[in-house]
Design a protein around this ligand. Structure first.
Ligand code: AMP
Ligand code: ZN
Length: 495
C-alpha cells in the first residue's frame, strides 16, 4: 500500500499528511530570485527542488497554482535595512537603468530554468508591479497599531505584535534573545527595537528606485512583497510556501508576522525549506564569492572544476540528494552523477521503444510481486516528502527488470502485458515528467557529421556505391548535403 503524500512542515517541525485547503486545488508560493545578478548553482538547487514539488503534485492530480515572484526592488545590502539597494548599485556599476538590470538578470534566470528543464510558474509577479498593494498593507498595519512611522519610514513593531502572537515560531527563535543580541546597535537606529523591520523605507536623495506614498518618496521593505503577492494570488491562507533555508529567518518569519498582523490568520499551511548547496562545507553564496554560475559549470571554466558538466548531469547530481539535506559540491560526485544520468536516460530510450512481446511464457507471481513492490516504492519515495534520492534508487531497480526483459533473461509473459505497461509508464513518468530529466543531444553534432562524411569518403574510394547512397540519403534526411567538389568532398546545410 502506498502511503499518502507527507510533507515536512518547517512550522510544526514534523512530517504531516498533505491535505490542501480546497482539493484538488493547491496554492504554492516560492520566493523567486533577486534579479541584480546571475543566479548561481545554489539558487538553481532550490528552484529545481520546487519544480519537482510542482511536477509531482500535478502528477498526483492536483491543480496547482504555482506563484514564483521576481524580486526586483527593495533588497538592501544587509538585514538591518541599511546600505544601498542592490539593484541600484549594480545599475550604477554596469551603467544601466535599474530596470535594464532587472530585465537582464530575469532573462538570464528564465534561460537557465529552460536549460534545466523546469516548468514556468503559473504566475510570475514582480515586486515593482505591486507597490500599491504594499503601501496598502503597510497602511493597514499602521491602522492596527502594529507599525509606526519615523522620518518617512515605516517599521513593523515586533515587540507589540509578540504580545498577542508568537514572533519566532517558524525559526524557533526567542524574541528576548533576539532583542538582547541586537541591543548594541540600538542607539544608531531610528527603530524602536533592532528586531523591528522596515515595511517602507524613505528614499535617500541618491536612491533611484522610489515611489510616492503617504509617508513620502520611498520603497517597500524586504519582506512585504511576498506577503502581498502571496495573498493577492493565493488568498489569505494558502497551502505551500517555499524557499531556501536561509530565507526562514528573517524573511519568512516576517511574512508570517505581516500577514497575521493584517488578516489575523496564518498565511501558510505547509512551510517548506530547501537546504543549501555548499562548497567545501560552506554555503554557496553570491556574497561569499564561492559561487559558480551554471555556464561556468557547462564550460568547465572555473578553478574548482576538473572538467565541464552538462545541465542534466548537474540536475541528476542535485536530485540524488533529498532537498532538506545539505549537498556539497564535488567533482567526484558530479562524475558519478554523469554515469548515473546516462544510465537512467539510456533506460528511457530503451523503454520507450520496447513493445510487449507475447512469448507464451507462463506468468510468474513472484516476479510480478517484485516488480509491483518496486513500482510502489517509487511512489512511496516521492510521497515521503518528495524523496527524489530514494526514488532514483528504485528507478534503477526498475531499470534492472527492463534490461532483463531486453536481454531476454526475463520473459515478457512472466509479467503479462498489464504489468509490463505499468513498468513502462512508471519509468517514463518518473524520469521525464517528475524528475524531468531529458535526453541531451551530443553538443558537438558537427563532429558526428564529420565522422559520417569520413565514412562516405572511404566508401566512395572503395566504390561501395550502395553505402555511399545510404549515407547521402541519411544525411539529407537530417538536412545535410554532401557535395562532391573538384577540390574534395564537402558538406553543407541543405538550402
Ligand atoms: P536569492 O536570489 O539570493 O534571493 O536566492 C534565491 C533562492 O535561492 C532563495 O530561495 C535562496 O534561499 C536560495 N539559495 C541561496 N543560496 C543557496 C544555496 N547555496 N543553496 C540552495 N539554495 C540557495
Ligand atoms: Zn519571499
Amino acid at each position: 500500500m502506498v502511503e499518502k503524500l507527507r510533507i515536512y512542515n518547517s512550522l510544526s517541525k514534523k512530517k504531516e499528511t498533505f491535505e490542501p485547503l480546497e482539493p484538488p486545488f493547491v496554492g504554492m508560493y516560492v520566493c523567486g530570485p533577486t534579479v541584480y545578478s546571475d543566479v548561481h548553482l545554489g539558487n538553481i538547487r532550490t528552484f529545481m527542488s520546487f519544480d519537482v514539488v510542482y511536477r509531482y503534485l500535478t502528477y498526483l492530480g492536483y491543480k496547482v497554482r504555482y506563484v514564483r515572484n521576481i524580486t526586483d526592488v527593495g533588497h538592501l545590502e544587509n538585514d538591518a535595512d541599511e546600505g544601498e539597494d542592490k539593484i541600484s548599485k549594480k545599475a550604477r556599476l554596469e551603467h544601466l537603468e535599474p530596470m535594464e538590470i532587472v530585465q537582464k538578470y530575469t532573462n538570464g534566470f528564465h534561460e537557465l530554468t529552460q536549460i534545466f528543464n523546469m516548468k514556468p510558474p503559473s504566475i510570475e509577479p514582480s515586486a515593482t508591479g505591486h507597490i500599491v498593494e504594499q503601501i496598502e498593507m503597510t497602511q493597514t498595519l499602521l491602522d492596527k497599531g502594529l507599525a509606526y512611522e519615523v522620518n518617512g519610514s515605516v517599521y513593523f513593531d515586533v515587540a507589540k505584535y509578540d504580545k498577542n502572537h508568537h514572533y519566532g515560531k517558524l525559526s524557533g527563535r526567542k524574541i528576548e534573545e533576539m532583542m538582547e543580541s541586537g541591543r548594541a546597535l540600538a542607539s544608531q537606529d531610528e527603530k524602536r527595537n533592532t528586531i523591528d523591520f522596515a515595511l517602507w523605507k524613505k528614499a535617500s536623495p541618491e536612491h533611484i528606485m522610489r515611489w510616492s506614498s503617504p509617508w513620502g518618496k520611498g520603497f517597500p521593505g524586504w519582506h512585504l512583497e511576498c506577503s502581498v503577492m502571496g495573498t493577492k494570488y493565493l488568498g489569505q491562507t494558502f497551502d505551500i510556501h517555499g524557499g531556501g533555508l536561509d530565507l526562514q529567518f528573517p524573511h519568512h518569519e516576517c511574512e508570517i508576522a505581516q500577514s497575521v498582523g493584517t488578516y489575523g490568520k496564518d498565511p501558510v499551511r505547509y512551510w517548506m525549506h530547501t537546504n543549501m548547496l555548499t562548497v567545501n562545507g560552506q554555503k554557496m553564496s553570491k556574497s561569499l564569492g564561492n559561487s559558480f554560475l551554471p555556464h561556468e559549470l557547462f564550460t568547465g571554466n572555473h578553478p574548482l572544476l576538473d572538467e565541464p558538466y552538462s545541465p542534466m548531469t548537474t540536475k541528476f547530481f542535485m536530485l540524488q540528494s533529498h532537498y532538506s539535506s545539505t549537498l556539497d559540491f564535488s567533482n567526484d560526485a558530479l562524475k558519478a552523477a554523469r554515469k548515473g544520468y546516462k544510465k537512467m536516460i539510456n533506460g528511457l530510450r530503451l523503454v520507450k521503444q520496447m513493445q510487449y512481446v507475447d512469448d507464451g511464457a507462463p506468468q510468474d507471481e513472484r516476479t510480478i510481486q517484485q516488480v509491483t513492490n518496486i513500482i510502489e516504492a517509487c511512489h512511496s519515495a516521492m510521497n515521503d516528502d518528495f524523496n527524489t534520492a530514494l526514488a532514483i534508487g528504485q528507478l534503477f531497480n526498475l531499470l534492472k527488470k527492463i534490461n532483463s526483459l531486453h536481454t531476454g533473461q526475463l520473459a515478457f509473459g512472466a509479467l503479462g502485458a498489464e504489468v509490463f505497461e505499468e513498468i513502462k509508464t512508471t519509468y517514463i513518468d518518473f524520469v521525464e515528467n517528475i524528475l524531468a530529466l531529458k535526453e541531451e543531444a551530443p553538443s558537438d553534432y558537427k563532429g558526428l557529421v564529420e565522422a559520417m562524411v569520413e565514412i562516405y569518403k572511404e566508401a566512395k574510394f572503395k566504390k561501395d556505391f550502395d553505402r555511399v547512397d545510404k549515407i547521402r540519403a541519411g544525411l539529407k534526411a537530417n538536412g545535410i548535403i554532401v557535395k562532391d567538389m573538384k577540390t574534395g568532398i564537402e558538406w553543407a546545410y541543405e538550402e
